[in-house]
Design a protein around this ligand. Structure first.
Ligand SMILES: NC(=O)c1ccc[n+]([C@@H]2O[C@H](COP(=O)([O-])OP(=O)(O)OC[C@H]3O[C@@H](n4cnc5c(N)ncnc54)[C@H](OP(=O)(O)O)[C@@H]3O)[C@@H](O)[C@H]2O)c1
Length: 263
């Protein structure tokens, strides 16, 4: 699949490098002003220098503020047979399509940072104009860097953003708090950090088992009257933790809607 990346920063490079490594894409052109050693060989610092040829896939991975400007610079030939995938957070399909002059179908993707480690989560949305074969191919591309799921309405991407897009930060915050609590209980910062990180990894690994049920996993380590039960009682008292998670994700959702409305 002849592919052009517009923007090859953290997210663009994570996707492009993974797709090349897995052989899902054989030919890659990149445009990014920060490229070193650019000039031919499929690497350019300006879109205007990219050859005027047809691409099958164009991946937009610039910051949201530059999304429309970058797409508007594509030539008719470059996008005539292409499907555009945008990972720009909060930039709506209407905005992207308008910038493209409706010249090709657009897919919005909402990945998260673990994509950088091949363990990401991506919500995908496309309108009816996307062909079934393109949908399958694009699903495969994102499955190469983790879990990929199509949502049926564009507004569901705001929910994906609130759960998995921002989600890694929630887990990092919990690990940070757990490590700090470990220090208060007398551990060195180094050991408390290592225990928090490895525990997050171990718990996530158990959660990935087939048919894993979160509540069952929790109950399996919670003996009546034991140490875990003492801690869980504090978390669950008056459903404090669940209420906090609900309020926090609702705030992320509202912010995502706001950003989309201003895109
Ligand atoms: N990182 C994440 O976890 C994540 C998650 C979900 C979605 N996203 C989305 O992914 C997009 C990229 O994020 P990122 O974290 O990868 O940002 P990044 O590391 O700053 O990468 C963006 C790259 O695009 C380049 N660029 C700027 N204007 C350009 C143009 N007109 N043409 C070509 N390249 C251009 C930038 O170059 P300069 O630095 O020289 O300007 C930079 O190298 C954002 O829209 C973000 O919303 C990221």
């Amino acid at each position: 699949m002849k592919t052009l990346f517009i923007g090859y920063g953290r997210m663009g490079a994570a996707l492009g490098d993974a797709w090349l490594a897995t052989g899902l894409i054989e030919q890659l052109s990149i445009v990014d002003p920060g490229l070193t050693g650019a000039g031919g060989d499929g690497r350019y610092t300006r879109l205007a220098d990219v050859p005027d040829e047809a691409f099958e896939l164009i991946v937009l991975a610039v910051k949201p503020a530059y999304a429309s400007e970058a797409l508007a610079g594509l030539s008719d030939r470059q996008c005539a047979q292409a499907c555009v995938i945008s990972v720009a957070a909060g930039v709506t399909q209407a905005t992207l399509s308008a910038a493209l002059g409706q010249r090709c179908p657009v897919v919005r993707a909402m990945p998260n940072t673990p994509v950088l480690a091949g363990a990401g989560c991506t919500g995908l949305y496309a309108g009816d104009e996307l062909e079934a074969s393109q949908r399958t191919r694009i699903g495969q591309l994102f499955e190469a860097v983790g879990l990929a799921s199509w949502v049926t309405t564009e507004s569901q991407l705001d929910a994906v953003t609130a759960i998995s897009g921002s989600g890694p930060a929630y887990y990092h915050l919990f690990s940070e708090a757990l490590a700090q609590a470990g220090v208060k209980l007398g551990l060195t910062a180094e050991l408390a950090g290592a225990l928090a990180a490895q525990t997050a990894f171990g718990a996530a690994t158990l959660q990935q088992q087939r048919h894993a049920d979160f509540a069952e996993l929790r109950l399996a380590v919670t003996s009546p009257n034991g140490t875990t039960a003492a801690a869980i009682e504090v978390f669950e008292n008056g459903e404090k933790l669940r209420d906090l998670v609900e309020a926090a994700t609702a705030a992320a959702y509202r912010r995502s809607v706001e950003l989309s409305q201003n895109s």
